[in-house]
Design a binder for this molecule. Structure first.
Ligand SMILES: Nc1ncnc2c1ncn2[C@@H]1O[C@H](COP(=O)(O)OP(=O)(O)OP(=O)(O)O)[C@@H](O)[C@H]1O
Ligand SMILES: [Mg+2]
Length: 235
């Protein structure tokens, strides 16, 4: 469904992604793991048209979207949940969620999507009038994901969805990602933790300094010697 091939991205003169190729199949959960500065966020932004690509190709459902402007993202069936949630802090939970449904194509399905989202995230209904900034970090992440789902994506991209959350909230979000995926939505997410990334994905990619250095099934990645040695500190 998503095919990135030979992607190169530069910020000014500094190249940060090098010949990167990754794929997400329909219905798959794919994790991109890498240390700080390895290019995880840049990859997601390039896919969504938030940063320009220097060369290479991005295809979504067979269509070349390499030079698509970011504002077309939701109408083609992709949605991005940004790092650190990025809610509108002084708006209510429901106002934040409904922002995800502003696109024209999403409007006629708003009611049924909201019902689904409220079923997945009961907290949306329970706290609908609460000001977003008064929610906990994990609750805000739920609101951000709910907002991302309101446009009816077939591919949900998430930049470090577990960042800064308590273990309990992390498992709640993992469960939600599984529930979302069960509904046929493919997921591509970034994460710095080996277990959290590869342990919760069908397939994974390891990035180092803007390059894919390893890829494979999630469980294979978890058991890979290099991954274990470098990222799990085992010898
Ligand atoms: N807007 C920008 N302008 C210039 N350089 C940037 C910009 N955004 C990111 N970079 C650089 O690009 C490289 C990749 O950054 P990116 O944010 O994609 O990494 P990341 O893997 O998401 O890191 P983190 O784990 O810290 O979120 C880094 O060296 C970073 O300093
Ligand atoms: Mg990042």
């Amino acid at each position: 469904m998503l095919e990135v091939s030979g992607l190169n991205v530069k910020y000014g003169d500094a190249q940060v992604l090098w010949d990167m190729s990754i794929k997400v199949g329909a219905g798959e959960v794919v994790a991109v793991m890498g240390p700080n500065g390895s290019g995880k966020s840049t990859l997601l932004k390039a896919i969504c048209g938030l940063v320009a690509i220097h060369s290479g190709q991005i295809k979504f459902e067979g269509k070349d979207i390499s030079s698509m402007p970011a504002h077309n993202m939701t109408s083609i069936g992709m949605s991005l949940v940004l790092e650190r949630r990025r809610l509108f802090p002084s708006m209510t939970v429901m106002e934040n969620v409904m922002l995800g449904a502003y696109a024209k194509h999403a409007r006629d399905k708003t009611k049924e999507r909201l019902a689904w989202v409220e079923e997945l995230f009961p907290i949306i209904r329970e706290r609908r009038d609460q000001i977003a900034s008064r929610m906990s970090g994990g609750e805000q992440q739920m609101v951000a994901i709910a907002r991302g789902l309101m446009s009816g994506p077939r591919l949900l991209l998430m930049d470090e969805p577990f960042l800064g959350l308590s273990p309990k909230m992390v498992s709640a979000i993992v469960t939600l990602v599984q529930a979302i995926n069960k509904r046929g939505i493919a997921v591509l997410f970034n994460e710095q933790n080996v277990q959290l990334s590869f342990g919760n994905a069908h397939r994974g990619y390891l990035l180092e300094s803007g390059r894919v250095v390893l890829e494979g099934a999630g469980l294979e990645m978890l058991q890979n010697e290099t991954v274990k040695r470098v990222y799990l500190g085992s010898h």
